[in-house]
Design a protein around this ligand. Structure first.
Ligand code: GBH
Length: 445
């Protein structure tokens, strides 16, 4: 083999947490053994999911979790981020499954890192309703009481920004609403739910609580003031509208007034929302190039953006793209993290990358290896630049139900045959295992 030897992977700090992520609705299946969620109703509507599939079986992880934990052990990860399905916990015996899963993980030496909400809201609940936040906190208390003796690290919500945007503003995810800016209460109620959940977790003795937020740099299409203004607005929607209240206790200028309720109540909610976090989770996939509106619908990353939005999303040229069409921009991760450090300073707690990954076909997935390798190195550069980063989780352990794309997008380190449900590690699984192995070797000299 005359391939160039790869540059050695730099060493990450001692105690750095390496892991992989999944979510309940995307892998569990066993839909008959839980209550219905908004996603069940959504996928039942024709045309909502690209390949017409549902997550009724998915990876059947509910029945095959032992095999999946063995895959985690074989990979050698420190931690596994999964999500707890609220509709499953709501049905009799539902918590037993997570009890078994957590025991199995502990026995395999893998730290369980549960996310308490990853988009599968119980049918009948609605994030437009303020009361959903209080209901969430009650459910979180139940989970914490049951699992808290073995779980140390918790994640409240997954990507409230994407859930607001995709589920309630644009209607491409459940519950399929197209409210555009009238979706903002959904953001506020999720943030309030987060704050109440942090309090509930702490009341149950938790000391290591975070959130997983979707973030990425926004690049203006040009120096033209109209493009800059549009990009700044997009950045506000994706990044500052969620990070500011959590880390500074304030909404960005102009946003607070758009939130539901009186100014006094929003102020009081912000105190709950800004409950100090032990760490801040970032899901990073790609930057976004944004310019002034162009007066036409835009097809973008699997989503159609209506013409009336005050911005338009543009292609990032000159980059490889994944099967999903998302550009591969590893240095965007360094830029994002150093930008966060500059903006939030001491208010930014230690960061964990709670998701990073890409969709490609095939078992010999050298494109995925290149993507992950580039992003891990970019993460190390952020650490060298002084950002306190404590962990990195690949999305995802398994190929799974990719929401509106169904089974057509494969993000796994492990291939799943959705007919036989057989699991087959891909080349990237071996690559990640070797990376972890290398990180654990004691340096010579
Ligand atoms: C995550 O969302 C979810 O948490 C997870 O459930 C999901 O399976 C995973 O990502 C993969 O999709 O067109 O280049 O600007 C990610 C939300 C929204 C991030 C779209 C990337 C577009 C990239 N994504 N965004 S680009």
């Amino acid at each position: 083999d005359d391939a160039m030897p790869a540059k050695p992977m730099p060493r990450f700090p001692d105690g750095f947490l390496w892991g992989v992520s999944t979510s309940a609705h995307q892998i569990e299946g066993a839909a008959g053994l839980r209550g219905p969620s908004v996603w069940d109703a959504f996928t039942a509507e024709p045309g909502r999911v690209r390949d017409g599939s549902t997550a009724a079986v998915a990876c059947d992880h509910y029945h095959r979790y032992r095999e999946d934990v063995a895959l985690l052990a074989g990979l050698g990860v420190d931690a596994y981020r999964f999500s707890v399905s609220w509709p499953r916990v709501d049905s009799p015996g539902g918590l037993d499954f997570y009890d078994r899963l957590v025991d199995e993980l502990c026995a395999a030496g893998v730290r369980p890192v549960p996310t308490l909400f990853h988009w599968d809201l119980p049918a009948g609940l609605d994030w437009l309703e303020r009361d959903t936040a209080a209901r969430f906190a009650e459910y979180v208390s139940l989970v914490a009481e049951r699992l808290g003796d073995r779980v140390g690290k918790w994640i409240t919500l997954n990507e409230p920004a994407e859930h607001t945007l995709l589920g309630h503003a644009l209607g491409v995810h459940a519950p399929g609403r197209e409210l555009l800016f009238d979706a903002l209460p959904v953001a506020h109620h999720q943030l309030l739910a987060h704050g109440l959940a942090v309090r509930a977790l702490r009341a149950a003795g938790a000391t290591d609580v975070g959130i997983a937020n979707s973030h990425g740099p926004t690049w203006p299409a040009s120096d033209d003031p109209a493009d800059r203004e549009a990009a700044d607005f997009y950045d506000l929607l994706l990044n500052r509208m969620f990070a500011d209240p959590l880390l500074t206790g304030r909404y960005p200028e102009g946003v607070g007034a758009l939130m539901p309720g009186s100014a006094e109540r929003v102020e009081a909610d912000l105190e709950v929302i800004a409950e100090p976090l032990d760490w801040y989770g970032v899901n990073y996939y790609a930057p976004t190039r944004v310019g002034a509106p162009q007066g036409a619908e835009i097809e973008f990353g699997g989503v159609t953006l209506p013409a009336e939005l005050p911005f338009s999303v543009r292609r990032i040229e000159g980059r490889p793209v994944t099967d999903f069409g998302w550009p591969v921009v590893p240095e965007g991760l360094t830029e994002l993290l150093t930008g966060f450090r500059d903006r939030y300073g001491d208010r930014l707690p230690p960061v964990v990358i709670t998701e990073n990954g890409c969709s490609y076909e095939g078992l010999d997935d050298h494109d995925r290896i290149a993507y992950l390798d580039g992003h891990v190195r970019a993460l190390h550069r952020a650490i060298e630049a002084g950002v306190d980063v404590r962990g990195y989780f690949v999305w995802s352990l398994l190929d799974n139900f990719e929401w509106a794309e169904g089974y057509a997008r494969r993000f796994g380190l492990v291939h799943v045959d959705f007919t036989t449900l057989a699991r087959t590690p891909k080349a990237s699984y071996g690559w990640f295992r070797d990376l972890l192995d290398g990180q654990r070797r004691v340096p010579v000299g």
